[in-house]
Design a protein around this ligand. Structure first.
Ligand SMILES: [Zn+2]
Length: 309
């Protein structure tokens, strides 16, 4: 049985939910939601080989109309040196391009939302980090679009992991954990380098992309281009987000995750406890649900078909 309903009931019964805030990202007016069919992507994935990376093949997973329309545009930028002025890094922030609606604040309308226009922008920028001269075949454009989508999704996936941890702690302690953390630590530090959750959400993209199935689906060239893009772009991200580079390598991601767990438990930016034991229970931070069932592509241009059919 799905755990969703019992958890929503638990949160309501124990007064653990919070009010929605006006400044939180929401779907633009007149936009449409299209559920991303994760199983369709998975079904095209072969564990030993990844996607069948044959550059002559036709588009398999995404809407061919989009892919063919983008070929000319993308071929102009593939392999070109990145230029901040030519990209949308400064304006199209991670959490405006995609967002996580928590169960605590949105009830049954929880999930991850990713804007179609941002998937395309990110994909184009990732293309800049391919080897110059790489042919813009439909198959390559498709993999770049998936890379753009995965990048935005994996950032938001980390926010879902944080909420999942909050729910586990609330079930164990029967007291509010997630909303106090959001109110006393996350929101007051948003926009500053003290915001650890956003640094780790960005680092999560870098870290998780190398796991299955993302790396195999993207193929070696697009995987490497995506990581190079992320490493380059993090430095231009707003305070907090830009600290992702500090948490990418070695044990730093685990250390950051432990520190964040202590912040969540105490709802304090500078928790008094020794954070290191959280590393023993790293799976506290795994998602409580199959989040891939709750991912939507948000299409705001009238008449535009979704990327994910
Ligand atoms: Zn975020």
């Amino acid at each position: 049985m799905s755990r969703e309903k019992p958890i929503l009931k638990f949160l309501n019964d124990h007064g653990l939910t919070g009010a929605r805030r006006d400044d939180e990202p929401m779907s633009p007016p007149d936009s449409r939601r299209n559920r991303v069919d994760w199983d369709r992507i998975r079904s095209a994935f072969r564990p030993s080989r990844g996607l069948d990376i044959d550059e002559s093949r036709e588009v398999k997973l995404l809407n061919p109309q989009h892919v063919h329309q983008l070929m000319g545009d993308f071929s102009d930028v593939i392999g070109n040196e990145p230029n901040l002025l030519e990209t949308n890094c400064s304006s199209a922030g991670w959490d405006t391009c995609a967002w996580h609606q928590s169960m605590h604040h949105f009830g049954s309308d929880w999930g991850i939302f990713v804007r179609q226009d941002c998937i395309i922008e990110h994909a184009r920028d990732i293309g800049r980090f391919l080897v110059r001269g790489t042919a813009a075949t439909p198959a390559l454009i498709e993999r770049l679009l998936l890379a753009g989508f995965y990048s935005l999704y994996l950032h938001e996936e980390f926010h879902h992991r944080v909420e999942s941890m909050g729910i586990r702690l609330e079930v164990a302690s029967r007291k509010p954990i997630y909303c106090p953390y959001k109110d006393r630590v996350y929101r007051p530090t948003l926009g500053s380098d003290d915001n650890l959750e956003e640094a780790l959400a960005n680092a999560n993209i870098f870290y998780r992309l190398s796991h299955s199935p993302y790396r195999q689906v993207l193929g070696r060239d697009v995987f490497q281009a995506t990581r190079a893009y992320l490493w380059w772009r993090f430095q231009f991200d707003p305070p907090g987000y830009r600290r992702a580079r500090d948490y990418v390598y070695g044990d730093r991601f685990d250390e950051g995750r432990s520190q964040l767990a202590a912040q969540i438990q105490e709802a304090d930016l500078r928790p008094k406890q020794d954070a290191s034991p959280w590393n023993i229970v790293r799976d506290m931070n795994t998602g409580l649900f199959r989040i891939s069932d709750r991912v939507w592509e948000v299409v705001s241009a009238p008449g535009k078909p979704p990327l994910f059919p």
